[in-house]
Design a protein around this ligand. Structure first.
Ligand code: NAD
Length: 377
């Protein structure tokens, strides 16, 4: 089975889907790997680094797409390239199937088996292929570093002969993978950190990182079997906002990372709440791509509201592309290895497996995933 990795097209992508270490791993499994010339340019990996790891270099993207049995990418395929791929080709990437419905339909029509890494289940066995988590970890780190760099204060407390400096106060809303990493990073820099999440078990995790959990009496909150939070009711969101407003006013930095899987992100910080913060404070919205937790945030923009800087950070892991590529590539390599039959040297598309059942979106000229099929009607 031949694997092809095309260069990412457009959209300011700085990460690459496959690095030489993973090429080496795949080639040792018995999978010939071809990469498009210049694949690693953005992170200074040369074509010869790839060939040294066992890959061949393609100078004809269209021909390579047409002959590949497996195509690996970071982002979903440009829709005009879907017809180039042959029927039965396995395409593995982020796919954003809840929003990228045109690509899903076209992939189904073309008979491509499209696997969406966002839909890999959050199970122990699938952890090694969980690209959402690996990128979210980096996102939490980047959010804090960006805030620290923009803030005109330092994070740690300092007791010096020139006086005592009190620590910066950081408030993290939404403590999933990104939020936990944001707390850990802010603590390492010496900030005083408060955090909130609707899932009650998060309180222990927050405390174990040395941060304080902000309590809001929301009554019952629900979770999916995958451990994702469900949407709050309008009354619950209103209650949450009242407490958040008080906490934001006390904070120098607010980082929001609250998501509801497959839905628009909840608006938690309103523009009035931003106005209630101290001038010079910073808000970083990590959910800006899915609609935003901060009413006034805009993707990849920094705006000022009464002297408060609001930063909409979409795809933050692109700011640390070396490690983001390394982790994504490792997730891809682990994914393929998990389903690789070493004897026949083939990807074993076992659609009954707990993992593929959830993340195969199109297969056999149909939208195979039930959730997405229902969404598309
Ligand atoms: P996510 O990105 O979907 O959401 C981020 C956080 O936002 C979640 O913690 C969620 O509870 C929170 N949230 C939703 N609405 C909110 C609101 N109104 N106010 C405040 N917070 C709100 O989550 P994620 O980071 O992808 O992780 C989701 C879950 O999966 C977590 O329980 C995580 O521990 C778990 N997980 C498990 C594995 C594994 O077992 N392999 C891997 C990764 C994550």
């Amino acid at each position: 089975m031949r694997i092809f990795v095309p260069k990412e097209k457009g959209g300011g992508e700085s990460r690459v889907p496959l690095v030489p270490e993973t090429v080496d791993k795949l080639v040792k499994l018995g999978a010939p790997v071809e990469v498009e010339s210049g694949l690693g340019e953005s992170i200074k990996i040369t074509d010869s680094d790839y060939t040294a790891a066992g890959a061949t270099i393609s100078h004809d993207r269209q021909a390579s797409l047409s002959s590949a049995d497996i195509v690996l990418r970071l982002n979903g395929p440009p829709t005009d390239e879907i017809p180039y791929m042959k029927e039965g080709c396995i395409h593995i990437s982020y796919l954003d199937p809840f929003n990228n419905t045109e690509a899903v339909r076209k992939l189904a029509e073309a008979g491509i088996t499209a696997i969406s890494l966002e839909m890999v289940p959050r199970s122990t066995i699938a952890q090694k292929m969980d690209a959402l988590s690996s990128q979210a970890n980096l996102a939490g780190y980047v959010a804090v570093i960006v805030a620290a760099e923009r803030l005109s204060r330092i994070f740690p407390m300092m007791m010096t002969p020139a006086g005592t400096i009190s620590p910066t106060r950081v408030f993290v809303v939404g403590v999933g993978v990104a939020g936990l990493q944001a707390i850990a990073t802010a603590k390492r820099l010496g900030a005083r950190v408060d955090a909130f999440d609707v899932r009650p078990e998060v309180e222990e995790q927050v405390k174990s990182l040395g941060a304080k959990f902000v309590k809001v009496d929301l009554g019952e909150t629900e979770q999916t079997e995958q451990g994702y939070a469900k949407q709050l009711t309008q009354e619950q969101l209103q209650k949450q906002r009242e407490v958040m407003a008080r906490q934001c006013a006390l904070s120098d930095v607010v980082i929001t990372a609250a998501q509801v899987f497959g839905k628009k992100a909840p608006v938690i910080v309103t523009t009035d709440m931003v106005r209630g913060m101290k001038p010079g404070s910073i808000v970083v919205d990590l959910s800006v791509e899915t609609g935003g937790n901060v009413e006034c945030s805009r993707p990849d923009e920094e705006i000022f509201i009464d002297g408060i800087r609001v930063i909409g950070l979409s795809n933050p892991s692109r700011q640390v592309p070396v490690h983001a590529s390394q982790m994504y590539s490792s997730n891809l390599g682990n994914f393929i290895e998990h389903f690789w039959d070493r004897e026949s040297k083939k990807f074993n598309l076992d659609l009954d497996s707990d993992i593929l059942k959830r993340c195969v979106i199109t297969h056999g000229r149909e939208v195979y995933n039930e959730v997405i099929r229902n969404l598309l009607g």
